[in-house]
Design a protein around this ligand. Structure first.
Ligand code: PLP
Length: 371
């Protein structure tokens, strides 16, 4: 057998694949139990909107046909929702797809991308796969009074060089849950040269308190080099269908459109997402459940004397004050799946998705026991 590894392109030879959260069925099989709880992948504990389920079911009988490659109805609805022109919208097979498209379209071995320490694992994967240079900015320090482990926008700005084509920032960020103040974000965006693409990853936007939500339309008008990414995987509860999108200047969308697969978003996902947009009550309920769940965690962590990173997303990173891997394993034996973040260089932290009240209680009880 040929050694195909040496034939793979250099970026791919070095690549460590993304580690997804452990599936519930896998743990249940291993332990021979049936009531495991997974709070490891930032999924919505309320599930999808009932309207989205119905909409997906209604198109099942038509899946002999290819989907609308352009996703016309969905992109029109998204354009209306964000009050932008339809050509500003690019649909993706999850927003992960959009991140990949940006990498393929704008990054090459001769140039670079900038992102922060402790930021989303997909950024390094995208950059490495195309052989571009990753320029990683230091995050804010662990003892920072307001935003420990958060993005340091000054450090990010300083990492931009004349080879830099793309900057990835996430607000709120995963796995930290940290965020930007609006004037910080504006200050940063106004300093970045207009030929450097800034990807503002807003996968958790809908969970943010209103006063921290950047105004999409204003940002896009002001910064032509901005690509905002959103997803239906998190608050909309459609992670399994894989659908996300970006909002950008139409010239950027036009470039992304050239490299995407002709049918990158499927028929069920398009239908479900379209229906999900209209169910604002489901979004509001999900955000409210999350807010009380975050309070439930922070109260318990305070009582347990555990420090945590302040979060406005649907997860929270807690410091267990020792190697978190054995704690993660002990939690698995209690039927609880959370996410160790050693691969993010945060070996003492566990990232816990906010579930419903009972699920959170279950995690907290197990955590108390194993600590
Ligand atoms: C979950 C997540 C995404 C993407 O998820 P998709 O399911 O591909 O839409 C993107 N960015 C961040 C920061 C995330 O946490």
């Amino acid at each position: 057998m040929n050694n195909f590894l040496k034939n793979a392109v250099p970026g791919v030879q070095q690549l460590n694949p993304y580690q997804p959260g452990k599936p519930v069925e896998e743990l249940e099989r291993e332990l021979g139990i049936s009531n495991a709880v997974k709070l490891a992948s930032n999924e919505n504990p309320l599930g999808p909107s009932a309207n989205a389920i119905k909409a997906a079911q209604s198109v099942l009988g038509e899946v002999n046909f290819y989907p609308d490659g352009a996703g016309h109805k969905l992109s029109l609805a998204l354009a209306e929702k964000h009050d932008v022109d339809q050509p500003c919208i690019t649909l993706g097979n999850g927003s992960n797809d959009i991140l990949e498209l940006i990498g393929r379209a704008f990054l090459a071995p001769c140039n670079s991308a900038v992102y922060s320490e402790y930021s989303f694992a997909v950024y390094p994967l995208v950059v490495q796969a195309v052989g571009a240079e990753a320029r990683v900015a230091k995050a804010l320090p662990a003892d920072h009074s307001k935003m420990p482990y958060g993005h340091d926008l000054n450090a990010l700005f300083d990492k931009i060089s004349n080879t830099t084509r793309v900057v990835f920032i996430a607000n709120p960020n995963n796995p930290t849950g940290t965020w930007f103040e609006l004037d910080e974000l504006n200050g940063f965006l106004s300093r970045v040269a207009d030929d450097v693409l800034v990807v503002l990853d807003e996968a958790y936007y809908e969970y943010m308190p209103d006063e921290l939500k950047p105004d999409t339309q204003t940002l896009l008008k002001r910064y032509k080099n901005l690509v905002i990414t959103r997803t239906f995987s998190k608050i909309y509860g459609l992670a399994g269908l894989r659908i996300g999108y970006s909002i950008s200047h139409p010239d950027i969308a036009d470039i992304l459109n050239r490299v995407r697969q002709p049918f990158n978003t499927n028929m069920l996902a398009q239908a479900a997402a379209l229906a999900a947009i209209d169910d604002q009550a489901h979004v509001t309920n999900s955000a409210a459940l999350n807010t009380s769940g975050l309070q439930q965690y922070t109260k318990a962590f305070n009582e347990l004397g555990l420090s945590y990173i302040p979060s406005i997303a649907n997860f929270i990173a807690v410091n267990v004050n020792k190697d978190a891997m054995p704690v993660y394993d002990a939690l698995l034996r209690e039927g609880v799946i959370v996410r160790p973040v050693a691969s993010y260089n945060m070996p003492n932290f566990l990232r816990i998705t906010v579930g419903n009240q009972q699920q959170n209680e279950r995690v907290l009880t197990a955590l108390k026991k194993v600590l």
